[in-house]
Design a protein around this ligand. Structure first.
Ligand code: FNR
Length: 342
């Protein structure tokens, strides 16, 4: 059953990517052009510090899949693309492995194909400390992601309805886990209040996982007989809004994911305070519609183009983008006004 669900998620996510209208809250974030600000391209480095480690790029493949034969093959191809481009990668939720250890290989392939890369294991916030340890061991993971997906769960007829233990579980996992812990939303956003709580609990990185890209309310509603949960598809904060909400929050690194469509969106997210950016749906669509080579090509092109954006903006590193001269308009400006953000 879990295996069918994993295959369904891929199918619906790819279809939704193909139907995407292209509009996004990222379009409300514009760099002011300063014609004399540019630097030499060879002065630019894309390296960033995330959770105390240096990453060569501010871009990673975010959590997607595993748990079925088909998704094991997708993980194999994603891992090759991550290896060839040198970008970090996360596994999909490993709950299928906790229920049925025979699917271990569909996750383990992430490490087998990418022996020297930065690999993250992914669990839900109900995972026990023992399960987390076995997930990290299986992937020889460099970090752990815990996903928060209450909105997705409530739209699933078979989904979880008990979320009260999540904060305690996160504290237990952080205390017992040797690798840095990332906590992520899956597309409904993390508020400043939530990120502050995560920081105080010792979480290394909050991935705001905002609205605007893959929409799990829509995916689960499409899978539901009757599809009567349409009202919840616009739930949550968009990724730019989350980043503005969390701006200047010390003591925790911020990752941005949810609806990143281009190198310009990566630069916008970095300028809004993200230390790194994750992409799921757009990379999956390239892989499923084409092949691994097409994904390698896409990631390489995005990184080259990101370098050119930094060159024009005069940013020697992604961190230099923070404080860039930005115009914030539309829905994002309204959100800032309502939240009292300058
Ligand atoms: C996901 N995502 C996800 N996240 C997670 O933490 N555990 C998971 O198992 C999954 N599974 C999953 C399957 C598929 C097919 C997709 C496309 C995505 C969510 C993902 O990591 C990310 O947070 C959201 O998809 C938003 O980013 P994009 O897709 O808009 O770039």
């Amino acid at each position: 059953m879990i295996a069918d669900r994993k295959d369904d998620h891929v199918r619906h996510a790819v279809n939704h990517q193909r139907q995407a209208t292209g509009s996004s809250d990222f379009d409300s974030v514009t760099f002011v052009h300063h014609a004399l600000a540019g630097i030499d391209a060879d002065e630019v480095s894309l390296a960033v510090d995330v959770a105390g480690k240096q990453w060569a790029t501010p871009l990673f493949v975010n959590a997607m899949t595993g748990g079925s034969t088909k998704t094991g093959e997708i993980n194999r191809q994603l891992a090759i693309a991550a290896r060839e481009t040198g970008i970090p990668i996360a596994s999909g939720s490993m709950s299928a492995y906790f229920r049925d250890p025979s699917v271990a290989g569909t996750y383990r392939v992430l490490r087998q194909e990418n022996p020297h890369g930065f690999v993250m294991a992914n669990v839900n916030a109900n995972a026990t400390v023992d399960q987390v340890r076995s997930a990290v061991d299986l992937l020889e993971a460099d970090a752990l992601q815990i996903h928060l997906n209450a909105v997705q769960e409530v739209v699933m007829p078979e989904g979880d309805r008990s979320f009260g233990s999540w904060p305690r579980r996160i504290e237990e996992i952080v205390a017992a886990t040797a690798v840095p812990v990332f906590v992520k939303e899956v597309g409904f956003g993390l508020s400043r209040q939530t990120v502050s709580w995560l920081r105080d609990a010792g979480v290394a990185v909050a991935d705001v996982g905002g609205r605007g890209g893959t929409n799990f309310a829509r995916i689960e509603n499409d899978r539901r007989v009757g599809g009567d949960f349409g009202f919840i598809e616009s739930w949550g904060q968009s990724t730019p809004n989350c980043l503005l909400d969390c701006a200047d929050l010390p003591g925790i690194d911020i990752a941005a994911s949810g609806g990143i469509r281009s190198p310009l969106d990566i630069a916008r997210a970095l300028a809004l305070g993200a230390d790194a950016t994750g992409v799921a749906g757009a990379f999956l669509e390239t892989l499923v519609s084409h092949d691994t080579a097409a994904l390698v090509d896409k990631i390489g092109t995005w990184l080259d183009q990101l370098r050119t954006i930094l060159t024009v903006l005069g940013a020697r590193t992604p961190a230099d983008l923070v404080g860039a001269d930005l115009l914030i308009t539309g829905e994002v400006a309204s959100f800032c006004q309502l939240r009292g953000i300058d």
